[in-house]
Write a protein that binds this ligand. Structure first.
Ligand code: SF4
Length: 427
Protein backbone atom coordinates (compact mmCIF):
# COMPACT_ATOMS: atom_id res chain seq x y z
CA UNK A 1 0.00 0.00 0.00
CA UNK A 2 1.43 3.36 -1.01
CA UNK A 3 1.98 5.89 1.74
CA UNK A 4 -0.58 8.67 1.66
CA UNK A 5 0.59 12.21 1.13
CA UNK A 6 -0.28 14.45 4.03
CA UNK A 7 1.09 17.95 4.38
CA UNK A 8 0.61 19.98 7.52
CA UNK A 9 0.77 23.72 7.09
CA UNK A 10 3.41 25.26 9.32
CA UNK A 11 2.22 27.57 12.05
CA UNK A 12 4.17 29.54 14.61
CA UNK A 13 2.63 27.69 17.55
CA UNK A 14 0.93 24.33 18.02
CA UNK A 15 -2.75 24.79 17.47
CA UNK A 16 -5.79 22.63 17.36
CA UNK A 17 -5.61 22.17 13.60
CA UNK A 18 -2.06 20.99 13.69
CA UNK A 19 -2.73 18.67 16.63
CA UNK A 20 -5.71 17.28 14.74
CA UNK A 21 -3.47 16.78 11.71
CA UNK A 22 -1.11 14.70 13.80
CA UNK A 23 -3.98 12.66 15.19
CA UNK A 24 -5.23 12.04 11.66
CA UNK A 25 -1.75 10.93 10.62
CA UNK A 26 -1.64 8.52 13.53
CA UNK A 27 -4.98 7.12 12.43
CA UNK A 28 -3.82 6.71 8.83
CA UNK A 29 -0.53 5.07 9.80
CA UNK A 30 -1.78 3.04 12.73
CA UNK A 31 -1.51 -0.20 10.82
CA UNK A 32 1.48 0.73 8.69
CA UNK A 33 4.92 -0.81 8.99
CA UNK A 34 7.90 1.14 10.31
CA UNK A 35 9.54 1.72 6.92
CA UNK A 36 6.33 3.31 5.59
CA UNK A 37 6.12 5.60 8.60
CA UNK A 38 9.73 6.63 8.12
CA UNK A 39 9.29 7.10 4.38
CA UNK A 40 6.21 9.24 4.96
CA UNK A 41 8.14 11.39 7.41
CA UNK A 42 11.18 12.02 5.21
CA UNK A 43 9.55 12.16 1.77
CA UNK A 44 6.20 13.82 2.46
CA UNK A 45 5.79 15.34 5.88
CA UNK A 46 9.23 16.76 6.66
CA UNK A 47 11.18 16.82 3.40
CA UNK A 48 14.79 17.91 4.06
CA UNK A 49 13.56 19.05 7.45
CA UNK A 50 14.11 16.05 9.70
CA UNK A 51 16.94 14.37 11.56
CA UNK A 52 17.28 10.78 12.67
CA UNK A 53 18.60 10.45 16.18
CA UNK A 54 20.21 7.16 17.17
CA UNK A 55 21.91 6.00 20.33
CA UNK A 56 23.61 3.14 18.45
CA UNK A 57 22.38 0.98 21.30
CA UNK A 58 21.01 -2.54 21.54
CA UNK A 59 18.09 -2.08 19.10
CA UNK A 60 19.40 0.76 16.97
CA UNK A 61 20.23 -1.46 14.01
CA UNK A 62 16.52 -1.85 13.18
CA UNK A 63 15.76 1.85 12.68
CA UNK A 64 19.11 2.39 10.97
CA UNK A 65 18.41 -0.47 8.59
CA UNK A 66 15.12 1.25 7.69
CA UNK A 67 17.05 4.48 7.11
CA UNK A 68 19.37 2.63 4.75
CA UNK A 69 16.30 1.35 2.86
CA UNK A 70 14.73 4.79 2.51
CA UNK A 71 17.86 6.89 1.95
CA UNK A 72 21.34 6.00 3.33
CA UNK A 73 22.43 9.63 3.01
CA UNK A 74 19.86 10.89 5.50
CA UNK A 75 21.53 12.67 8.42
CA UNK A 76 21.79 10.36 11.43
CA UNK A 77 22.76 12.14 14.63
CA UNK A 78 24.62 10.25 17.33
CA UNK A 79 24.80 11.91 20.73
CA UNK A 80 28.48 11.43 21.53
CA UNK A 81 28.18 12.26 25.23
CA UNK A 82 31.78 11.36 25.99
CA UNK A 83 30.45 8.70 28.37
CA UNK A 84 29.78 5.79 26.03
CA UNK A 85 31.17 2.28 26.29
CA UNK A 86 34.09 1.76 23.89
CA UNK A 87 31.98 -1.07 22.44
CA UNK A 88 29.29 1.45 21.46
CA UNK A 89 31.79 3.64 19.64
CA UNK A 90 33.05 0.57 17.76
CA UNK A 91 29.44 -0.38 16.97
CA UNK A 92 28.86 3.02 15.34
CA UNK A 93 31.57 2.18 12.83
CA UNK A 94 30.29 -1.38 12.36
CA UNK A 95 26.77 -0.21 11.50
CA UNK A 96 27.98 2.59 9.26
CA UNK A 97 29.93 0.07 7.21
CA UNK A 98 27.32 -2.65 7.25
CA UNK A 99 24.39 -0.44 6.29
CA UNK A 100 26.24 1.96 4.03
CA UNK A 101 25.17 5.01 6.04
CA UNK A 102 27.03 7.97 4.64
CA UNK A 103 25.89 10.80 6.88
CA UNK A 104 26.36 9.86 10.54
CA UNK A 105 27.09 12.98 12.56
CA UNK A 106 28.39 12.92 16.15
CA UNK A 107 26.96 15.65 18.39
CA UNK A 108 29.26 16.49 21.27
CA UNK A 109 28.57 18.63 24.34
CA UNK A 110 29.71 22.23 24.46
CA UNK A 111 33.22 22.20 25.95
CA UNK A 112 32.40 25.32 27.96
CA UNK A 113 29.42 23.57 29.56
CA UNK A 114 31.62 20.64 30.54
CA UNK A 115 34.23 22.91 32.10
CA UNK A 116 31.57 24.88 33.88
CA UNK A 117 29.22 22.16 35.11
CA UNK A 118 31.08 18.88 34.99
CA UNK A 119 34.81 19.55 35.30
CA UNK A 120 35.42 16.29 37.18
CA UNK A 121 33.21 14.23 34.87
CA UNK A 122 31.07 12.95 37.74
CA UNK A 123 27.91 14.98 37.25
CA UNK A 124 26.11 11.79 36.19
CA UNK A 125 26.50 10.65 39.79
CA UNK A 126 25.36 13.78 41.60
CA UNK A 127 22.92 15.24 39.11
CA UNK A 128 22.09 12.96 36.16
CA UNK A 129 19.31 15.24 34.85
CA UNK A 130 21.79 18.06 34.45
CA UNK A 131 24.38 15.70 33.00
CA UNK A 132 21.89 14.55 30.35
CA UNK A 133 20.90 18.16 29.80
CA UNK A 134 24.38 19.35 28.87
CA UNK A 135 25.51 16.14 27.14
CA UNK A 136 22.32 15.27 25.25
CA UNK A 137 19.53 17.84 25.32
CA UNK A 138 21.60 20.92 24.56
CA UNK A 139 23.60 19.42 21.65
CA UNK A 140 20.44 17.97 20.13
CA UNK A 141 18.50 21.20 20.65
CA UNK A 142 21.13 23.06 18.66
CA UNK A 143 20.36 20.81 15.68
CA UNK A 144 16.60 20.37 15.89
CA UNK A 145 16.04 24.09 16.43
CA UNK A 146 16.46 24.43 12.70
CA UNK A 147 14.39 21.41 11.77
CA UNK A 148 10.71 20.57 11.67
CA UNK A 149 11.14 17.30 13.50
CA UNK A 150 13.18 14.22 14.22
CA UNK A 151 12.90 10.46 14.16
CA UNK A 152 13.44 8.31 17.24
CA UNK A 153 13.76 4.56 17.79
CA UNK A 154 11.47 4.44 20.82
CA UNK A 155 9.03 1.58 21.26
CA UNK A 156 5.90 1.04 23.33
CA UNK A 157 7.07 -2.12 25.01
CA UNK A 158 10.21 -0.56 26.48
CA UNK A 159 8.63 1.08 29.54
CA UNK A 160 5.29 1.72 31.13
CA UNK A 161 5.71 5.42 30.28
CA UNK A 162 6.06 4.59 26.57
CA UNK A 163 3.09 2.22 26.64
CA UNK A 164 0.87 4.29 24.31
CA UNK A 165 3.55 5.88 22.17
CA UNK A 166 2.11 6.96 18.78
CA UNK A 167 3.87 7.03 15.41
CA UNK A 168 3.71 10.83 15.25
CA UNK A 169 3.88 13.31 18.12
CA UNK A 170 3.51 17.07 18.10
CA UNK A 171 5.69 19.00 20.52
CA UNK A 172 4.73 22.35 21.95
CA UNK A 173 7.50 24.06 20.03
CA UNK A 174 5.73 22.97 16.86
CA UNK A 175 7.95 20.08 15.89
CA UNK A 176 7.03 16.55 14.99
CA UNK A 177 8.62 13.50 16.54
CA UNK A 178 8.34 10.38 14.44
CA UNK A 179 8.49 6.94 16.05
CA UNK A 180 8.50 4.30 13.26
CA UNK A 181 9.12 1.49 15.76
CA UNK A 182 6.44 2.52 18.23
CA UNK A 183 4.45 -0.70 17.73
CA UNK A 184 7.41 -3.07 17.57
CA UNK A 185 7.50 -5.73 20.28
CA UNK A 186 10.66 -7.27 21.66
CA UNK A 187 10.01 -10.29 19.43
CA UNK A 188 9.51 -8.03 16.37
CA UNK A 189 12.90 -6.43 16.99
CA UNK A 190 14.61 -9.82 17.28
CA UNK A 191 12.83 -11.15 14.19
CA UNK A 192 13.76 -8.04 12.18
CA UNK A 193 17.42 -8.32 13.16
CA UNK A 194 17.48 -11.99 12.19
CA UNK A 195 15.63 -11.44 8.94
CA UNK A 196 18.14 -8.84 7.73
CA UNK A 197 21.23 -10.32 9.42
CA UNK A 198 21.96 -7.17 11.38
CA UNK A 199 25.09 -7.04 13.57
CA UNK A 200 24.39 -7.15 17.31
CA UNK A 201 25.75 -4.58 19.76
CA UNK A 202 28.81 -6.26 21.35
CA UNK A 203 27.31 -5.87 24.85
CA UNK A 204 23.83 -7.17 24.06
CA UNK A 205 24.62 -10.83 24.65
CA UNK A 206 26.28 -9.93 27.93
CA UNK A 207 22.89 -8.92 29.36
CA UNK A 208 22.72 -5.25 28.39
CA UNK A 209 19.25 -4.95 26.86
CA UNK A 210 19.16 -1.16 26.63
CA UNK A 211 22.48 0.56 26.20
CA UNK A 212 23.25 4.19 26.91
CA UNK A 213 26.18 5.87 28.61
CA UNK A 214 28.50 3.51 30.49
CA UNK A 215 28.06 5.00 33.99
CA UNK A 216 24.26 4.86 33.73
CA UNK A 217 23.78 1.44 32.16
CA UNK A 218 23.73 -1.92 33.90
CA UNK A 219 22.87 -5.50 33.03
CA UNK A 220 19.16 -6.40 33.01
CA UNK A 221 17.97 -9.56 34.75
CA UNK A 222 15.70 -12.09 33.06
CA UNK A 223 12.10 -10.80 33.07
CA UNK A 224 13.03 -7.22 33.93
CA UNK A 225 11.86 -4.17 31.97
CA UNK A 226 14.52 -3.86 29.19
CA UNK A 227 15.27 -0.30 30.32
CA UNK A 228 15.52 -1.25 34.00
CA UNK A 229 19.29 -1.17 33.62
CA UNK A 230 19.26 2.52 32.75
CA UNK A 231 19.84 4.87 35.71
CA UNK A 232 19.23 1.90 38.01
CA UNK A 233 18.14 2.95 41.49
CA UNK A 234 17.19 6.44 40.39
CA UNK A 235 13.74 7.80 39.69
CA UNK A 236 14.80 8.62 36.17
CA UNK A 237 13.54 6.91 33.04
CA UNK A 238 14.34 9.28 30.20
CA UNK A 239 17.32 11.37 29.28
CA UNK A 240 15.40 14.61 28.78
CA UNK A 241 15.16 14.61 25.01
CA UNK A 242 11.92 12.60 25.24
CA UNK A 243 10.42 14.18 28.36
CA UNK A 244 7.46 15.54 26.52
CA UNK A 245 5.67 12.27 26.03
CA UNK A 246 3.36 11.63 28.93
CA UNK A 247 0.92 9.08 27.68
CA UNK A 248 -1.54 11.01 25.54
CA UNK A 249 -1.46 10.84 21.77
CA UNK A 250 0.34 13.81 20.27
CA UNK A 251 0.48 15.49 23.65
CA UNK A 252 2.45 18.74 23.43
CA UNK A 253 5.52 18.88 25.60
CA UNK A 254 6.15 21.46 28.26
CA UNK A 255 8.95 23.03 26.30
CA UNK A 256 11.62 24.81 28.25
CA UNK A 257 11.66 28.44 27.30
CA UNK A 258 14.96 29.65 25.99
CA UNK A 259 15.24 32.89 27.91
CA UNK A 260 18.93 32.99 28.74
CA UNK A 261 20.98 34.99 26.25
CA UNK A 262 24.62 34.03 26.48
CA UNK A 263 27.54 33.82 24.07
CA UNK A 264 25.44 35.21 21.26
CA UNK A 265 22.40 32.93 21.49
CA UNK A 266 19.34 32.13 23.55
CA UNK A 267 19.91 28.84 25.32
CA UNK A 268 18.11 26.61 27.82
CA UNK A 269 18.83 27.82 31.32
CA UNK A 270 20.12 25.12 33.67
CA UNK A 271 19.37 27.35 36.67
CA UNK A 272 16.08 27.90 38.46
CA UNK A 273 15.02 30.34 41.16
CA UNK A 274 14.94 29.47 44.84
CA UNK A 275 11.54 28.31 46.07
CA UNK A 276 10.10 28.14 49.54
CA UNK A 277 10.71 24.66 50.95
CA UNK A 278 13.96 24.14 49.06
CA UNK A 279 16.61 22.38 51.07
CA UNK A 280 19.90 24.26 51.44
CA UNK A 281 21.88 21.01 51.65
CA UNK A 282 20.58 19.38 48.49
CA UNK A 283 19.25 22.05 46.14
CA UNK A 284 21.08 22.32 42.81
CA UNK A 285 21.38 24.74 39.92
CA UNK A 286 19.45 27.32 41.90
CA UNK A 287 20.02 31.04 42.37
CA UNK A 288 19.86 31.41 46.13
CA UNK A 289 18.87 34.89 47.39
CA UNK A 290 21.82 36.46 49.20
CA UNK A 291 19.82 36.82 52.43
CA UNK A 292 18.84 33.12 52.38
CA UNK A 293 22.43 32.13 51.68
CA UNK A 294 23.68 34.06 54.69
CA UNK A 295 21.00 32.55 56.95
CA UNK A 296 22.01 28.98 56.02
CA UNK A 297 25.56 29.56 54.89
CA UNK A 298 27.07 26.39 56.40
CA UNK A 299 24.49 24.13 54.76
CA UNK A 300 24.96 25.79 51.37
CA UNK A 301 28.74 25.51 51.61
CA UNK A 302 28.41 21.79 52.40
CA UNK A 303 26.03 21.28 49.45
CA UNK A 304 28.00 19.43 46.70
CA UNK A 305 25.88 20.70 43.79
CA UNK A 306 26.43 23.70 41.52
CA UNK A 307 24.71 26.79 42.94
CA UNK A 308 24.06 30.38 41.97
CA UNK A 309 23.50 33.56 43.99
CA UNK A 310 20.73 36.10 43.53
CA UNK A 311 21.66 39.70 44.36
CA UNK A 312 18.77 42.16 44.71
CA UNK A 313 18.76 45.93 45.27
CA UNK A 314 19.87 46.69 48.82
CA UNK A 315 21.93 43.51 49.17
CA UNK A 316 25.47 44.03 50.39
CA UNK A 317 27.70 41.87 48.19
CA UNK A 318 30.64 42.48 50.49
CA UNK A 319 29.05 40.01 52.90
CA UNK A 320 29.62 37.14 50.47
CA UNK A 321 33.03 38.21 49.23
CA UNK A 322 34.79 35.14 50.63
CA UNK A 323 32.16 32.75 49.27
CA UNK A 324 31.93 34.05 45.71
CA UNK A 325 34.04 31.17 44.37
CA UNK A 326 31.22 28.86 45.47
CA UNK A 327 28.83 30.19 42.84
CA UNK A 328 28.86 29.12 39.20
CA UNK A 329 26.52 31.99 38.43
CA UNK A 330 25.50 35.26 40.08
CA UNK A 331 22.19 36.80 39.03
CA UNK A 332 21.74 40.54 39.54
CA UNK A 333 18.12 41.51 39.87
CA UNK A 334 16.99 44.63 38.04
CA UNK A 335 13.39 44.98 39.25
CA UNK A 336 12.66 48.14 37.28
CA UNK A 337 14.12 50.31 34.56
CA UNK A 338 14.80 53.16 36.96
CA UNK A 339 16.60 51.11 39.61
CA UNK A 340 20.32 51.29 38.85
CA UNK A 341 21.67 49.66 41.98
CA UNK A 342 22.35 46.43 40.08
CA UNK A 343 25.04 48.17 38.03
CA UNK A 344 26.95 49.02 41.20
CA UNK A 345 26.64 45.46 42.50
CA UNK A 346 27.94 44.08 39.21
CA UNK A 347 30.94 46.40 39.22
CA UNK A 348 31.78 45.58 42.82
CA UNK A 349 31.63 41.87 42.12
CA UNK A 350 33.85 42.07 39.05
CA UNK A 351 36.22 44.90 39.82
CA UNK A 352 36.62 44.83 43.57
CA UNK A 353 35.99 41.19 44.47
CA UNK A 354 37.30 39.59 41.27
CA UNK A 355 34.27 37.36 40.61
CA UNK A 356 35.03 35.26 37.53
CA UNK A 357 31.89 33.14 37.03
CA UNK A 358 28.80 33.87 34.99
CA UNK A 359 27.27 37.23 35.83
CA UNK A 360 23.74 37.60 34.55
CA UNK A 361 21.00 40.22 34.63
CA UNK A 362 17.49 39.13 35.57
CA UNK A 363 14.25 41.04 36.08
CA UNK A 364 13.26 43.97 33.91
CA UNK A 365 16.00 43.61 31.27
CA UNK A 366 15.39 45.95 28.33
CA UNK A 367 17.47 46.64 25.25
CA UNK A 368 18.57 50.14 26.31
CA UNK A 369 20.07 48.71 29.48
CA UNK A 370 22.00 45.84 27.94
CA UNK A 371 24.98 47.90 26.68
CA UNK A 372 25.30 49.52 30.11
CA UNK A 373 25.05 46.15 31.82
CA UNK A 374 27.78 44.80 29.57
CA UNK A 375 30.03 47.68 30.56
CA UNK A 376 29.62 46.59 34.16
CA UNK A 377 30.76 43.03 33.46
CA UNK A 378 27.39 41.34 32.95
CA UNK A 379 27.70 38.69 30.25
CA UNK A 380 24.36 36.87 30.31
CA UNK A 381 20.80 38.14 30.25
CA UNK A 382 17.48 36.54 31.10
CA UNK A 383 15.13 38.30 28.71
CA UNK A 384 11.42 37.91 28.04
CA UNK A 385 10.79 41.32 26.47
CA UNK A 386 10.27 40.48 22.79
CA UNK A 387 11.85 43.62 21.18
CA UNK A 388 14.92 43.11 23.39
CA UNK A 389 15.15 39.45 22.41
CA UNK A 390 14.98 40.45 18.76
CA UNK A 391 17.65 43.12 19.18
CA UNK A 392 19.96 40.65 20.93
CA UNK A 393 19.50 37.97 18.28
CA UNK A 394 20.07 40.44 15.47
CA UNK A 395 22.97 42.15 17.25
CA UNK A 396 21.25 45.50 16.92
CA UNK A 397 21.99 47.00 20.30
CA UNK A 398 23.40 50.46 20.72
CA UNK A 399 26.98 50.78 21.91
CA UNK A 400 28.14 53.25 24.54
CA UNK A 401 30.81 55.46 23.00
CA UNK A 402 30.66 58.55 25.18
CA UNK A 403 30.40 58.46 28.96
CA UNK A 404 31.25 60.42 32.05
CA UNK A 405 32.29 57.51 34.23
CA UNK A 406 34.69 55.06 32.58
CA UNK A 407 34.45 51.50 33.83
CA UNK A 408 37.52 49.68 35.09
CA UNK A 409 40.91 50.57 33.72
CA UNK A 410 40.52 49.55 30.11
CA UNK A 411 37.54 51.54 28.91
CA UNK A 412 38.84 55.12 28.59
CA UNK A 413 38.39 56.43 25.07
CA UNK A 414 40.76 59.36 24.51
CA UNK A 415 39.10 62.73 24.66
CA UNK A 416 35.83 61.60 26.16
CA UNK A 417 36.51 62.25 29.84
CA UNK A 418 35.30 65.60 31.11
CA UNK A 419 38.73 66.93 32.10
CA UNK A 420 40.13 65.95 28.71
CA UNK A 421 37.25 67.70 27.01
CA UNK A 422 37.98 70.80 29.02
CA UNK A 423 41.65 70.52 28.09
CA UNK A 424 40.70 70.29 24.43
CA UNK A 425 38.32 73.24 24.69
CA UNK A 426 40.96 75.53 26.28
CA UNK A 427 43.62 74.84 23.65
S1 SF4 B 1 23.10 8.91 30.53
FE1 SF4 B 1 24.36 9.26 32.37
S2 SF4 B 1 26.43 9.82 31.67
FE2 SF4 B 1 25.01 9.92 29.90
S3 SF4 B 1 24.48 12.05 29.80
FE3 SF4 B 1 22.87 11.05 31.02
S4 SF4 B 1 23.55 11.14 33.17
FE4 SF4 B 1 25.29 11.69 31.86
Amino acid sequence: MAAASFQIASAPKPDKLRALGIMALNGMFDEMDGVSVLRQAVTELLVDDVAIVSSFGADSSVLLHMVSQVDPSLPVYFLETGKHFPETLAYVETLKQHLGLTNVIALTPDAKDIVRFDPAGDLWETDPDSCCHIRKTEPLDAVVTNLGGWVTGRKRYQTKERGVLPHFELTSDDRIKVNPLAYFSDADVTAYKLKYGLPEHPLYNMGYKSIGCAPCTSVVAEGEDPRAGRWRGLNKKECGIHFDFNGAIAKPMAAQELNLFKDGAFIADPFRTWAEGDDAGSVRYTHVPLKVFLEQREAFLANPHPLGLLVSPGDNVELVEKDLGRFASVAINFPGFTDGRGYSSARLLVERYGYKGELRAVGDVLQDQVPLMRRCGITAFVVKHEPTRKALIEGKLATVDIFYQPVGTTEIPVGTRPFLRRAVETV
